[in-house]
Design a protein around this ligand. Structure first.
Ligand SMILES: [Zn+2]
Length: 651
């Protein structure tokens, strides 16, 4: 017996010793490896990413105009549900499927399909990750979450929401196919946050859980005022109804700082659904080829005000008159003569009034928008100086606005080497070169602010997640173009355009408005495609607001006086009221208008008749697309109150 016990003891001792040796051996040889594997396993279970929320964009009053909201993909785990095979769990599976079916309006047999098996017993669909519903909103997600269903989970993503839909769509921007537009593009680096992560750091056998929270994106504050933007959008709609055209657009700017208060065109689209066409039906759109659909959308998404170019026309006249004054080439007492045309080499270039304005002061020339006086001024300046001022006013270069895809139109401006006498003459009244609406308005703002060419801005500052302003963009002056005295003189001349000249339809009692209308031709002269503009600022003595209205390619004959000027007036009346701009003088009391005899306009060219009517303080409407007047109402010789409408019928 004792021998047996001794034997067992030796066996036990031997096995135990061998085990100790084995453990020691493993510990020495593989200890680090096993510890590391264990820690890594632990670490991987902790590793978690935190998504940084994209920052918001606000208007200048703090109203949110773009924000990110959470949306959810609903994910089913078929394996979890099929493994629940006892009767209580069977009920749980049924509860999951019937609840999801009801909340998401998915037929239950469709959900059952996700649990179907192959003949070998494996699942037909992905066992742990089957997206059954995409982009559910928070309310739907909350409903599902509250039921605590088995075999289903929610995957959070984010979606951009634009509370004002189509308002300021060209400015705010959006994302499509990986491309960003508008402010969303220019300020992407501020809007994008930095994702965070929670993970386990291993140093030897020491572990540390490192938790780096996500840094949400900053808020970008725009200079746009959505109330003024709405005013501009409404005026665009009114203008399009009154004067159908291919595109109508508006920019409103603070002429002192370059801050854009509103920027809109008639192709503004819903930012929440940017591929929805705006001026054709969806069925017509769907009938287009893929290439044509893409062309349509690209055209719709372009920001007309900074991308499309046209001849600025007569709004260029006050600028070049200012340049000539500043250079001492003319003074405000210089007298001019307009015979209705100017012979330049072999070309007879007409004034807008073919019968001539005859003797003209500079004030009369600007007020009557006389081409011949401008051609004389440009001739006196010479091509080198003329081109210098064109460039100084910012034509042929980008304004530098903080929006993508701006056109500089440098190739659409004659350099001194190509600026022959004819080109110089036609350029003097704003033809033969192209500009964007923003270039034209920025140039005009230099008259308003005492001679500075400013850089327009669409964003004023960046705000961090604690509400602190971390960056402010101050107004930037690109260069000084004219002296303050010259600007005051030109501004006075532009006031007389509205008080007594071609801009009377923009007059607002009590306010001093400095403005100018313009008409530029597009492409081939025979195509008769026009761009009508009206631009100005107020109050003239201390300008607080400047604006341009563009009517591009009107369907019928039109000019700035009949189309863009009333739209400008409507725009300014509403903006003045909203901004609380005080009147410059007490409105005069209306006196009984005296009677005037109506002359015979039949046989005149339309433009000559219009010039005569404008001189006589009458208002007019044109019916027809022809160039000559064939009839009129009231008839010649009748008496009407001053300011009455005269209707002219063309051939
Ligand atoms: Zn003239």
């Amino acid at each position: 017996m004792k021998t047996k016990i001794n034997f067992l003891f030796y066996i036990f001792f031997f096995v135990f010793t061998a085990l100790i040796f084995r453990i020691s051996y493993l510990k020495i040889s593989y200890g680090r490896q096993y510890t590391s594997m264990s820690l890594k396993q632990q670490a991987s279970s902790i590793d978690k990413a935190y998504h940084a929320k994209r920052g918001s964009i606000t208007d200048r009053n703090g109203s949110v105009i773009a924000e990110s909201i959470p949306i959810y993909d609903i994910v089913l785990e078929p394996k979890t549900l099929t493994e629940l095979n006892n009767s209580s769990r069977q009920k749980s599976t049924e509860r999951t499927l019937s609840s999801l079916s009801e909340i998401l309006s998915i037929p239950q047999n469709k959900l059952n399909e996700y649990l179907s098996l192959n003949p070998d017993g494996s699942l037909k669909y992905s066992p742990y990750y089957q997206v059954i519903y995409k982009n559910a909103d928070s309310a739907t997600a909350d409903k599902i979450r509250s039921l605590k269903l088995n075999g289903v989970y929610l995957e959070e993503k984010e979606k951009r929401r634009y509370p004002f839909s189509d308002l300021a769509s060209k400015v705010i921007g959006f994302e499509h196919g990986g491309t960003l537009y508008g402010i969303e593009n220019t300020y992407n680096s501020y809007l994008t946050g930095i994702d965070g992560r929670s993970f386990c750091s291993i140093t030897g056998t020491e572990t540390e859980i490192i938790d780096i929270p996500a840094q949400n994106g900053y808020t970008v504050m725009s200079t746009i005022d959505m109330n003024i933007q709405k005013i501009a959008a409404d005026v665009i709609k009114e203008a399009m109804e009154s004067y159908p055209c291919e595109t109508a657009s508006i920019i409103i700017m603070n002429p002192q700082t370059g801050e854009i208060l509103a920027m809109t065109d008639s192709m503004d689209f819903d930012l929440n659904n940017p591929s929805k066409p705006v001026n054709i039906t969806e069925s017509d759109f769907n009938r287009l080829s893929t290439e044509k659909q893409s062309d349509y959308l690209n055209n719709m998404w372009k920001n007309f005000n900074i991308y499309s170019t046209f001849e600025p026309g007569s709004i260029f006249k006050p600028l070049i008159a200012g340049a000539a004054l500043d250079e001492g080439i003319i003074n405000k007492n210089t007298s001019f003569y307009c015979a209705g045309f100017k012979q330049v080499n072999d070309r007879k270039i007409h004034c807008i009034r073919r019968t001539g304005h005859f003797s003209q002061t500079l004030e009369q020339a600007i007020s009557n928008s006389c081409n011949c006086v401008m051609m004389d001024i440009a001739e006196k300046m010479g091509k080198e100086l003329f081109y210098k001022y064109q460039k100084d006013f910012g034509f042929g270069e980008k304004t530098g606005i903080d929006l993508p895809s701006e056109t500089g139109a440098s190739s659409l401006l004659y350099g001194p080497d190509r600026l022959g006498p004819v080109e110089l003459a036609t350029s003097s009244f704003g033809q033969s070169f192209n500009a964007t609406a923003l270039q034209s308005l920025t140039a005009l703002c230099s008259i308003a602010n005492g001679g500075k060419l400013i850089k327009p801005r669409i964003v004023s500052g960046i705000i961090d997640t604690n509400g602190n302003v971390i960056k402010e963009f101050a107004p930037e002056t690109k260069r000084c173009v004219l002296s303050e005295d010259t600007c005051r003189e030109i501004s006075d001349l532009m006031v007389s355009v509205v008080e007594n000249g071609t801009g009377r339809k923009a007059k607002i009692e009590g306010y001093t408005i400095a403005a100018k209308s313009g008409t530029g031709e597009q492409g081939n002269r025979n195509d008769e495609l026009y761009t009508i503009t009206f631009a100005g600022f107020l109050p003239a003595e201390n300008p607080a607001v400047a604006a341009i209205v563009v009517i591009d390619k009107p369907a019928e004959y039109a000019d700035g006086v009949t189309t863009a000027a009333p739209a400008f007036k409507s725009l300014m009346e509403k903006t003045i009221k909203y901004m609380g701009i005080e009147p410059s003088y007490k409105p005069k009391k209306q006196v009984n208008a005296s009677q005037a005899e109506i002359p015979d306009y039949t046989g005149f060219y339309a433009e000559d008749a219009l010039a005569l009517i404008t001189d006589s303080c009458m208002e007019y409407k044109i019916v027809g697309c022809g160039s000559k007047i064939i009839n009129q109402f009231p008839k010649p010789g009748s008496y009407v109150p001053e300011g009455a409408d005269i209707i002219l019928y063309t051939d």
